[in-house]
Write a protein that binds this ligand. Structure first.
Ligand SMILES: [Zn+2]
Length: 117
């Protein structure tokens, strides 16, 4: 098996073979996202997998790095020190840009882990 060399040009099919992936699969990678796609012809590609994507509000489409939440915490004296303890499991979340509330599906799409909701 030939070693892949940086700066060298390859036939796409040959390179796919050297990488061990199907020939019509391409990776798009940029600042905002990294996705694996399959070539469907006529310049159209289908997204097979999203490896990374900058979170965007599903309502206003702004890039967000903050989600407003409201939940109640209490301060408890435990083991000789004050600690923060969540007082309820009620959780709501909101876009900092448009103030719209996110539902569970929105949070799934934004990639918010279940454990911190
Ligand atoms: Zn928004």
């Amino acid at each position: 098996m030939e070693k892949i060399e940086q700066g060298k040009s390859y036939d796409a099919g040959e390179l796919a073979g050297l990488c061990g992936q199907p020939e019509d699969v391409r990776v798009f990678e940029g600042e905002k996202a990294k996705v694996i796609t399959q070539d469907e012809g006529n310049g159209v590609v289908k997204v097979l997998e999203i490896l990374r994507q900058t979170p965007r509000c599903p309502n206003c489409f702004e890039i967000i790095d903050t989600i407003y939440t409201s939940r109640t915490v209490q301060l408890k004296f435990k083991g000789g020190q004050w600690v923060e303890e969540q007082a309820d499991r009620y959780f709501n979340s909101q876009c900092p840009s448009c103030q719209e509330e996110f539902n569970d599906e929105d949070l799934d799409n934004l990639g918010v882990p279940q454990e911190i909701r």
